[in-house]
Design a protein around this ligand. Structure first.
Ligand code: TYM
Length: 327
C-alpha cells in the first residue's frame, strides 16, 4: 500500500487554509493509503515560542485533526518531538545537503529577512522536514503550494543520498490541490491566509465562533464589480470565497457561479458564512469532546511506537551505508 504523510506546525490556531491545503486531502486519502499525520512541534521552535502556549497548542491541534475527520483507525498519528530518531536522521541528511540549496529556500529567505537574529534551525528546517518524509519512504505528501519547494528539496536530498551510498530512500512527491492550494488572506487576497497573521480578521480559524465567522466573511475584501465569477487575477477576493465555499459545500465552482448569477455580493457572502458555520460547528462540537479525553493520549502512544520503530530502522540503514559502525 502506498504511503501518505503530512504534518502541521502547532504555532497558532489552525485556519481553513491549513484544513483545505492539507487536512482535507488526508481525509480524502485515508481509505486508500497507509496514512501518517503528525504535529510538527520541532519545526515550531525554529521561531521563538512560549513553552506553555506551545504545549497547549500541541494538544489542541491533535484534537482538531480527529475532530476534522482524521480517523485514528486509519492513520498513524503522533507528535514529531517524541520520535527521537527524526533529529538523528536529519543530522545525517544535513551533512549531505549543500548550504547553497538550503539557503535558496523561499520560506527561509522570507522568514530570515523579518528578524536579523534568526536561528540556524530556520535554515535547516527543510532538512528536518526531509527527515520526516524520508524515514517512512513516503510516496505522497499532501500540502499547500507554500510547502512544494520543501518536498522537492527532500526529493533532491534523497536522490543524492541514493546515488552516493546506494538505494536507501523512496523519492516522495508533493500532492497539491488544483483549487485551494493557496487559500488567500480575507483582507488582502493577494497574500496567503496564514495562522500567524497579525490581523485576526484576515483568516478564519477552525475554532472561530459563528458570529466571528460571519463578521469576517461579510467584511472580506472583494472588488467594485457585482458579478460572481471565478477569475483569480481580476477578482482574487471573490475567487477565494468561491474556492472556500466549494470545498466546504462540496459544490463545484461552476455550480456556485450559476447559483449566484445576478445575485449580489452580500447574498453570496451570507451563503459562504452559512456553509462555513455549519461545517465548523460540527468540527468544534467534536473538538470539545476530545480535548480532555484520554483517547488523545492513547492514539499518540500507539502512533509514536509505530513511527519510532520505522524511523529507527531507517536510521540504522543510513548509518550502515555511511560507515557509522564500529565493526
Ligand atoms: P504549516 O504548519 O505552515 O502548514 C500546514 C499545512 O497547511 C498548508 N497551508 C495552506 N494550504 C492552503 N492555503 C493556505 N493558505 C495554507 N496555509 C498553510 C501548508 O502548505 C501545509 O501543508 N513545514 C510544514 C510542516 C511539516 C511537514 C513535514 C509537512 C513539517 N514536516 C513533512 C509535510 C511533510 C509547515 O510548516 O506547515
Amino acid at each position: 500500500m502506498q504511503k501518505v504523510l503530512t504534518g502541521l506546525q502547532p504555532t497558532g490556531e489552525l485556519t481553513i487554509g491549513n484544513y483545505i491545503g492539507s487536512i482535507k486531502q488526508m481525509i480524502e486519502l485515508q481509505n486508500d493509503y497507509d496514512s501518517y499525520i503528525f504535529i510538527a512541534d520541532l519545526h515550531a521552535i525554529t521561531l521563538p515560542q512560549q513553552p506553555e502556549v506551545l504545549k497547549k497548542r500541541i494538544r489542541e491541534v491533535l484534537a482538531l485533526y480527529i475532530a476534522c475527520g482524521i480517523d485514528p483507525e486509519k492513520n498513524t498519528i503522533y507528535v514529531q518531538s517524541e520520535n527521537e530518531y527524526i533529529p538523528c536522521i536529519s543530522w545525517l541528511l544535513e551533512c549531505n545537503t549543500y548550504y547553497g540549496e538550503a539557503s535558496r529556500m523561499i520560506q527561509f529567505k522570507e522568514k530570515s529577512k523579518k528578524n536579523a537574529n534568526f536561528s540556524v534551525g530556520l535554515l535547516t528546517y527543510p532538512i528536518l522536514m526531509a527527515a520526516d518524509i524520508l524515514y517512512l519512504d513516503t510516496d505522497y505528501v499532501p500540502v499547500g503550494i507554500d510547502q512544494k519547494q520543501h518536498v522537492e528539496i527532500a526529493r533532491d536530498i534523497a536522490d543524492r543520498f541514493n546515488k552516493t551510498y546506494g538505494e536507501t530512500f523512496h523519492l516522495p512527491q508533493p500532492l497539491i490541490r488544483n483549487s485551494g492550494a493557496k487559500i488567500k488572506d480575507l483582507k488582502d487576497p493577494t497574500k496567503k491566509m496564514s495562522k500567524s497573521s497579525e490581523n485576526p480578521n484576515s483568516s478564519i480559524r477552525l475554532l472561530d465562533p459563528p458570529e466571528k465567522i460571519r463578521k469576517k466573511i461579510m467584511a472580506a475584501t472583494t472588488d467594485s464589480e457585482s458579478s460572481i465569477h471565478y477569475d483569480p487575477e481580476k477578482k482574487p477576493g471573490i475567487s477565494n470565497l468561491l474556492t472556500i465555499c466549494s470545498v466546504f459545500s462540496n459544490q463545484s465552482i461552476s455550480d456556485l457561479e450559476n447559483q449566484f448569477k445576478g445575485k449580489n455580493y452580500g447574498e453570496f457572502k451570507r451563503y459562504v458564512a452559512d456553509v462555513l458555520c455549519e461545517k465548523l460547528s460540527e468540527i468544534q462540537t467534536k473538538y470539545e469532546q476530545l480535548l480532555n479525553s484520554n483517547q488523545l493520549d492513547e492514539i499518540c502512544e500507539k502512533g509514536i511506537q509505530k513511527a519510532r520503530e520505522l524511523a529507527k530502522e531507517k536510521y540504522e540503514l543510513m548509518k550502515d551505508k555511511m560507515g557509522l559502525i564500529r565493526k
